[in-house]
Design a protein around this ligand. Structure first.
Ligand code: ATP
Ligand code: MN
Length: 475
């Protein structure tokens, strides 16, 4: 039985076996209290080792970090803090851990834990984060499955550089210094593994659209790679993205889907991750205490999550948002680092002003200038804007980017050429507009940004088991 189950058993002196890692041991020679965790829950189970029953030599090896199996009787606990405990009859040591084990029971900085990322799973904080991450991933699949979507696996290796020119990781079997050259002295990719230049995908959307033009409602949920050198607390070089794509959806339907979906998965965590969220909430409150009064957040973690689930997101156009920013005190006092005017790509400081200061709730911005958005977005009648939508969250900024797609063949090809893409390279994508084109829409949710929001953590490196960032791929 896992510890999570054991803790829920009625204590009647029955024989049980606990297997897990020692978090702490305290007590004297006559009696020792050992706290064991197996990751099934944030809660430890306490084993009591009484003198005479357990060999002192074995008990010496029961140290923080060691892995043990303890057999004994499950009884009601005499101490406070736990309902049940195990009176040990025998202890088997699977693996010892000496005092150099880095996860000793004291406060560690997040930076320290990132350097020990191979062992940080054994802390309460990371246990909680990765259980919540799992629950959210499960909720994503449940939501789409329950709503008639099909999970489509789009490729990780791709030959299309439609979105992220210059921000892709190359995939090649060439030896770095021995790549064959053509007559012009350029690398001859026709001799490479795929007979052409290939990279790791930056998005499954283009392929997702092909699926939606037949299955109507699809979603992808897979790894995504961006070689952008942005060392922020919100960017990873390898992250997971969820991308629904739906035939017959227009921008409004797309917004409704995004809002309903995000609320569903957050609510799922609220209902299914109670212990872990309570732990993270307490942790955050502690952290807040060290901040100056005016920088502390008004809502606790759970209040913030409930607030998002219970209130509707504010919806407005990019043009309306620019007006609000222009009229804002922050702008008049020249507090924005990047000046505001129609046509700019909104910076994080602008997004956060709208979400955190002005509306104080999640915001969906729509109808952005076409120049700052991707070529595939449906053009508005005014010729200036496109049917884009970004969902902005407090503390995070952009969590979702999406749009209604251009379904008119001529308009799409014209735009493709305007932005400098050779239509030949994405002939298969353009074909969907040639044969049975349909209005459709979709979006991408960065999974780690969602986990960041739900766990209340401050750095995206701490919500993915093995973060990939510039100059960092150790573990
Ligand atoms: P940003 O402006 O924050 O860099 P973006 O405009 O590049 O985001 P999109 O290309 O629209 O983002 O990708 C869709 C979603 O994927 C984003 O809303 C975000 O949640 C997530 N995302 C994008 N880039 C990253 C990254 N480097 N690391 C983690 N998540 C990301
Ligand atoms: Mn980006």
């Amino acid at each position: 039985m896992q510890i999570k189950e054991l803790l829920e058993q009625k204590p009647e002196g029955q024989q049980v076996t606990i297997k897990g890692w020692v978090r702490t041991k305290r007590g004297q020679a006559t009696i020792a209290f050992i706290n064991i965790n197996d990751g099934s829950t944030i809660n430890n189970i306490q084993a009591v080792a009484e003198e005479g029953k357990i060999d002192q030599e074995i008990l010496k090896k029961v140290t923080t970090g060691a892995c043990v199996a303890i057999k004994g009787a499950l009884v009601a606990s005499a101490g406070s803090g736990q309902a049940v405990e195990v009176i040990a009859d025998s202890i088997e040591i699977y693996g010892t851990a000496d005092e150099t084990f880095p996860m000793q029971p004291k406060k560690h900085s997040m930076e320290f834990l990132r350097e020990k990322a191979h062992l940080r799973f054994r802390t309460n904080t990371f246990g909680a984060i990765f259980r919540i991450r799992h629950a959210l991933a499960f909720a994503v699949h449940k939501y789409y499955n329950d709503n008639g979507f099909f999970y489509l696996h789009t490729p990780i290796i791709t030959a299309s550089d439609a979105e992220g020119a210059g921000e892709m990781f190359r995939v090649s079997t060439f030896e770095p210094n021995k790549a064959p050259k053509n007559e012009a002295g350029e690398v001859d990719f026709s001799q490479d593994f795929f007979g052409r230049e290939t990279s790791l995908t930056v998005s499954g959307q283009l392929e997702g659209e092909l699926g939606a033009m037949a299955l109507s409602k699809i979603y992808t949920f897979g790894p995504t790679f961006r070689a952008e050198n942005s060392n922020t607390t919100r960017h990873l070089a390898e992250f997971w993205m969820i991308e629904p794509e739906v035939a017959f959806y227009e921008l409004e339907d797309n917004m409704n889907l995004a809002e309903d979906f995000v609320k569903y998965v957050i609510n799922y965590a609220l209902e299914n991750c109670v212990d872990d969220l309570n732990f993270l909430e307490k942790r955050l409150l502690e952290e807040e205490k060290s901040k100056p009064q005016n920088e502390r957040s008004e809502l606790s973690l759970l209040e913030k999550l409930r607030f998002v689930v219970e209130n509707s997101f504010e919806r407005l156009t990019y043009t309306e948002a620019i007006d609000i920013l222009l009229k804002s005190k922050a702008n008049q006092k020249k507090q924005f680092q990047f000046p505001v005017k129609w046509g700019i790509d909104l910076q994080s400081e602008h997004e956060r002003y709208l979400v955190e200061k002005h509306f104080k709730k999640p915001v969906i911005l729509t109808n952005y200038p076409k120049e700052i958005k991707a070529f595939y977005m449906k053009q508005d009648e005014d010729g200036k804007t496109v049917r884009a939508m970004d969902v902005l969250f407090p503390g995070i900024g952009e969590i979702i980017g999406g749009s209604q797609r251009e379904d008119d063949y001529e308009k799409l090809v014209t735009r493709v050429k305007e932005v400098g893409i050779d239509p030949e390279n994405i002939w298969w994508y353009l074909d969907t507009r040639k044969f049975g084109s349909a209005p459709h829409a979709g979006f991408g949710l960065g999974f780690e940004r969602l986990v960041l929001f739900v766990t209340g953590m401050g750095n995206i490196r701490d919500v993915i088991p093995f973060p990939r960032t510039p100059k960092n791929a150790e573990f």
